[in-house]
Design a protein. Structure first.
Length: 395
């Protein structure tokens, strides 16, 4: 019979143990017991005798999982390896939930920066473990990863990040001897195209947002630390994580020095407006952070909730917090600041990253060129008019 969930569910309970076999994969079968138990098996020959290996119970294993395991096992048998050892390895292989603990302790907490640690843990906790957490490391195959990626197609950026995290995890599993070398199931998963956002606030929008921030308390906004964080993001072009975790001792006069950002050490000047905002922030004796959280000695955790209220008040529902950084960079470029200096202000390690703003510089150059053209054009027209007034018509 063709093995499928519907067909197996429809099988009657036999009087005695019996077997049914899959039409598509020779040697892949199902043992039926009088008690109603249905167990996947693999049958093969040793000499002239049939040998069977129990794979697992139907309901615990899906048909697709059992068929995939059977193919692996039959391949091992064909290569002359012990099926009992293969089954034992499958049974003792840790689940993704179990191996994630080692992933966190030996890689995430040791190798990654705090913001990246948070991103990795979020990807595993929200997107991977609810779907694949009970699967063993050896059991996960390419089709599982493709399906997970497809299920996240509505959030393409996050879908690609999840595959990146899983790819690193399975590379480590190979190093730890938990999978064969070169068996990473994330290989050849084609990433979604990620349309780059270039949203920034124009002068009118920026003035409207600033007015809302100045009167936030009148709009029911309680977290004044959050409001000041948004102001600093606008005035410095820093990343959200940099402002959120900035400490008072990072501020050296009219500069701020971040010892370890996403791209390493970073030092930027603080303009007069940013210094005014800092002076307005109440400093707590038991908290080293500039943007304090509700817990003693800790920075603010979540700036998204308050931001959603702010952008509604400012009628900027499509603007993300990160767009404030784009706004800083865009206005710097449009104001004539060279891209190399903007790159340093943003903390980019490569000028190529800053080149996304180059079109704004081109637009300003085009405006300047047009202005010169109009000036010359108007002068030329005036000269023509003057010359025409002095000409006489000779008959």
């Amino acid at each position: 019979m063709k093995f499928s969930k519907r067909n197996i569910d429809a099988l009657d309970i036999p009087i005695r143990d019996c077997f049914v076999w899959d039409n598509d994969l020779h040697g892949f079968g199902l043992r039926l017991s009088p008690r109603g138990r249905k167990t996947f098996v693999v049958q093969y020959k040793v000499g002239r005798r049939n040998q069977r290996v129990t794979m697992g119970q139907f309901g615990v294993l899906t048909v697709d999982q059992a068929r995939k395991d059977a193919k692996i096992l039959l391949g091992e048998i064909a290569a002359g390896k012990s099926p009992a050892l293969t089954v034992k390895n499958n049974r003792t292989s840790p689940t993704l939930t179990e191996i994630n603990e080692r992933f966190v302790k030996e890689h995430i907490e040791v190798r990654l920066k705090p913001t990246t640690q948070s991103d990795y843990c979020h990807s595993m906790r929200k997107y991977v473990l609810p779907v694949l957490g009970n699967r063993t490391v050896m059991d996960v195959c390419h089709s599982d990863i493709v399906k997970l990626h497809l299920d996240l197609k509505h959030i393409p950026f996050q879908a690609n990040r999840v595959i990146g995290v899983l790819s690193k995890l399975f590379n480590l599993c190979e190093q730890w001897g938990l999978r064969k070398q070169g068996s990473n199931p994330c290989m050849h998963v084609r990433h979604y195209k990620e349309p780059r956002r270039n949203r920034y606030l124009d002068k009118v929008e920026l003035e409207r947002l600033w007015a809302v921030l100045e009167t936030a308390h009148l709009g029911g906004i309680r977290s004044l630390y959050a409001v000041r964080a948004y102001k600093l993001l606008i005035l410095t072009g820093c990343r959200l994580g940099e402002i959120r975790t900035m400490k008072w001792d990072y501020i050296k006069g009219t500069r701020v020095e971040f010892p370890d950002t996403k791209t390493g050490y970073k030092r930027i000047p603080l303009n007069d407006e940013a210094m005014d905002v800092l002076r307005q922030i109440p400093r707590k004796h038991d908290n080293a952070y500039v943007i304090c959280g509700s817990k003693v000695g800790q920075p603010i955790v979540n700036l998204q909730k308050t931001w959603r209220k702010i952008r509604v008040l400012a009628k900027l529902e499509d603007v993300r917090i990160h767009d404030l950084r784009h706004t800083f960079a865009s206005h710097a470029v449009m104001g004539g600041t060279p891209l190399a200096l903007v790159s340093r202000l943003l903390g980019h390690t490569q000028i190529a990253t800053t080149m996304r703003y180059a079109h704004l510089a081109d637009e300003e150059l085009a405006k300047a060129s047009q202005g010169i053209g109009e000036l010359v054009g108007s002068n030329s027209a005036q000269l023509k008019d003057n010359n025409a007034s002095h000409l006489r018509i000779v008959k």
